[in-house]
Design a protein around this ligand. Structure first.
Ligand SMILES: *Cc1c(COP(=O)(O)O)cnc(C)c1O
Length: 369
């Protein structure tokens, strides 16, 4: 039986998509590759819900964050870095390293960014050239209300740069309708592909900012990337096998339909949260903020996340995630991203129940998992 991989990325990959990875190599500067790149571009525009350009990189998700920063900003530009967890901190740190003047706006881990607080900050300390936002904060299992944030950010004229690495293709994100300038994502979370491809959707305003942005860049340079993509190539040798895989996974996503995908994740999240609560695990965030793609909960007094993780892995071949940074000894996280169905989570919760009992936890009576 395959490992029940319940971490928030990389996520399980359907067999049809994995099989694509075994195809023979082709010329990355030939017509077949151009056609695949075209299909992947169209498929991603569908998932990004955009008509904007989509730029591809052989990179992990973090590369796309760097790409957004270095292509739209200049050293000294004022940037508001909204952070609700470790990925928000990373985004702000990238901007800082390249010389942006970053004003941090940190919210308590486990909660989302309050649009009213963001509005007040923009009024009190603006104007900013750009605002950095994490859509789904994977480290805490919290989803920001990007639409409400766009409503307060866009009228100030700031560019909105969005980390959608763990949400694109799982949680609704309407790039064009909400006016998001840059949205970055990776192949290994919601898109049912192995890791290694990154994408950024780039608005007209972001292209405009790009023209005068002077942060140093070579590999990430949009002008260069787009010049090649327009003729069906990437500037540098692309991970051809991943493109084969992505084309297939995007086909599967179009067949299922975006709304159905979002609904499936909502149902699975509700099921997982309820299952964890019945086992006596306190949710890490209130329902208003809880993510539909990864669920976090406190571990019981005296039982560490690492212990639970180890028993699950050694005895049941179920792999879950634990907290990051100061949450490492406090929470567990169960991923329900991408290619996942209820049975996978039922098995995960049943094994979690056994592991907790084995570690001395008194599971409340009536727990169904
Ligand atoms: C996974 C993740 C990243 C980083 O992606 P890598 O592929 O590991 O570089 C960034 N932001 C969020 C929200 C993520 O979930």
């Amino acid at each position: 039986m395959p490992l029940n991989l319940r971490i928030p990325g990389p996520t399980p990959v359907p067999d049809e998509v994995l099989a694509e990875m075994g195809r023979p190599m082709i010329n990355h500067r030939g017509p077949e590759f151009a056609s695949i790149l075209g299909d992947c571009t169209e498929g991603l525009k569908f998932v990004f819900q955009t008509k904007n350009d989509v730029i591809f990189y052989p990179s992990s998700g973090s590369g796309t964050l760097e790409s957004m920063v270095v292509n739209t900003l200049s050293p000294g530009d004022r940037v508001l870095g909204i952070s609700i967890g470790s990925f928000g901190k990373r985004f702000a740190e990238i901007a800082r390293r390249f010389g942006a003047d970053v004003t941090p706006l940190d919210f308590e881990w486990g909660l989302g960014a309050e649009p009213d607080v963001v509005r007040d900050k923009l009024r009190a300390e603006g104007p900013f050239k750009a605002v950095l936002v994490t859509h789904n904060e994977t480290s805490t299992g919290v989803t920001n209300d990007v639409r409400a944030l766009a409503d307060v950010i866009k009228p100030t004229g700031a560019l909105m740069l969005v980390d959608a690495v763990s949400s694109l293709g799982g949680i609704d994100i309407q790039t064009d309708n909400w006016g998001l300038d840059c949205v970055g994502a990776g192949s290994q979370k919601e898109l049912m592909c192995p890791p290694g491809l990154g994408f950024v959707a780039v608005s007209k305003d972001a292209w405009e900012a790009h023209k005068s942005a002077t942060m140093p860049r070579f590999y990430w340079d949009w002008t260069n990337c787009m010049a090649y993509q327009k003729r069906g190539e990437n500037p540098y040798t692309p991970p051809v096998s991943l493109y084969f895989a992505l084309r297939k996974s995007l086909q599967l996503m179009e067949q299922e339909g975006l709304q159905n995908i979002f609904r499936r994740h909502e149902e699975l999240a509700a099921y997982t949260r309820q299952g964890m609560a019945e086992l006596g695990l306190k949710p890490f965030s209130p329902p208003r903020w809880a993510s539909t793609v990864v669920s976090a909960a406190y571990t019981p007094e005296g039982i560490s996340p690492k212990q639970i993780q180890k028993v699950l892995e050694d005895k049941y071949e179920v792999t879950i995630a634990i907290g990051q940074e100061h949450l490492v000894d406090k929470i567990i996280r169960i991923g329900h991203m991408g290619y996942v169905k209820k049975e996978d989570l039922a098995e995960c919760l049943a094994c979690l129940r056994e592991a907790l009992i084995e570690l001395g936890h008194k599971v409340p009576a009536g727990a169904t998992a």
